[in-house]
Unconditional design. Structure first.
Length: 353
């Protein structure tokens, strides 16, 4: 896979007579939706809806959940709203509602915003639903499709290659896709004999009201979010083995999350491995946080960490233990962070089962 090999995401963005032409990290031509999606439904869904429903089917399947798996009133959905351009029409029906309707979910259905951080905010919301006892099982994540208005809005932030944390970083490469995970109470999971991939040891979401609507939070706020995540779980900085950063090749994002980590971890940053999913997968926008969580879960299960795609020479002064090549590493504790345009910062702390 591209992430394991450290291949940098690539894309192009240029104006043409019709407005814009764009080629980015997308779905392969041979992609086919999950066979569980009813045929009489799939033909009426837009691309984002298909991606969301497909990922939700696969998440439930991976978790060993199916029809009759439990009380539908104790199942919930937490969905991160897709990133939309200013003035672009909102989703008529959020993807989370489609998922809940398809699977007969009768518990809470939560849809949260946050641009690039909306998917991570949905995971934080899912953790809180379970912690409060409002649900036993939550399907949580986000889907993102790329539309012309969104790409035009992001045009000044795009680059031909994604080079997170590199001195040559000059923009992100947007991608489309979906990522959902199952957040479940331990009691419910054990009662059905489920294989537990990891525990959510800490979760936090903060907001910076001083951030401009079209800007990202700065390093101070990114660091504050990381400290909140550690504090929620009662963990110390030296207990974190891996940091999956939201750095994506945009200087503002790379500097904020990178120096936020340096502020939080100090010299321990030399020892905690740091990687970034967007380097190889592209910037999945709303789905980026859940996708990074999946990457962290894979690292924990495989005892292997993957490199930052395209990283050659790190930003001056950013002395972190960047992963340069795939390597074996025991990951007992992983932090995943996400920053969103407008001021949101959120993340999770995962620990090995």
């Amino acid at each position: 896979m591209a992430a394991r090999r450290g291949e940098p995401a690539r894309g192009t963005f240029s104006p043409d007579e019709g407005g814009t032409a764009f080629a980015a990290i997308g779905l392969p031509e041979e992609y086919r939706p999950h066979e569980g999606i009813p045929r009489n439904v799939v033909h009426f869904l837009d691309r984002g809806s298909v991606l969301a429903l497909d990922a939700a089917f696969r998440a439930l399947e991976s978790a060993g959940l199916g029809p009759g798996a439990g009380d539908a009133r104790r199942f919930a959905v937490a969905d991160g709203l897709a990133y939309r351009a200013p003035g672009q029409p909102a989703l008529f029906v959020p993807y989370g509602y489609l998922i809940a309707r398809t699977f007969g979910v009768r518990g809470p259905v939560v849809a949260v915003g946050g641009c690039e951080a909306s998917g991570m905010a949905a995971l934080v919301a899912a953790a809180r639903l379970v912690a409060r006892g409002d649900a036993d099982v939550v399907i949580a994540g986000a889907a993102q499709a790329l539309q012309r208005p969104l790409l035009e809005h992001l045009s000044g932030q795009l680059g031909e290659r994604a080079l997170p944390f590199d001195r040559q970083h000059a923009g992100m490469v947007p991608a489309e896709g979906a990522a959902y995970v199952i957040v479940e109470s331990e009691e419910h999971a054990r009662s059905r004999g489920a294989r537990i991939r990891a525990r959510i040891a800490g979760a936090a979401e903060i907001f910076d009201p001083t951030t401009e609507p079209t800007a990202l939070p700065g390093a101070t706020e990114a660091g504050r979010a990381m400290q909140a995540i550690l504090g929620d779980g009662g963990y110390l900085q030296n207990q974190v083995d891996l940091h999956v950063s939201c750095a994506d090749g945009r200087p503002a994002m790379d500097v904020a999350d990178g120096f936020g980590a340096l502020r939080t971890f100090g010299r321990h940053a030399y020892y905690a491995d740091v990687t970034a999913a967007a380097g190889s997968l592209g910037q999945l926008l709303a789905a980026s946080g859940p996708a990074a969580v999946v990457l962290a879960l894979e690292a924990m299960e495989r005892s292997e960490v993957w490199p930052i795609g395209g990283l050659s020479e790190p930003i001056e002064g950013l002395e972190l233990a960047f992963v340069r090549a795939a390597k074996s590493a025991k990951v007992d504790c992983a932090m995943v962070t996400s920053l969103g345009t407008g001021g949101i910062a959120a993340g999770l702390l995962l620990t090995r089962e």
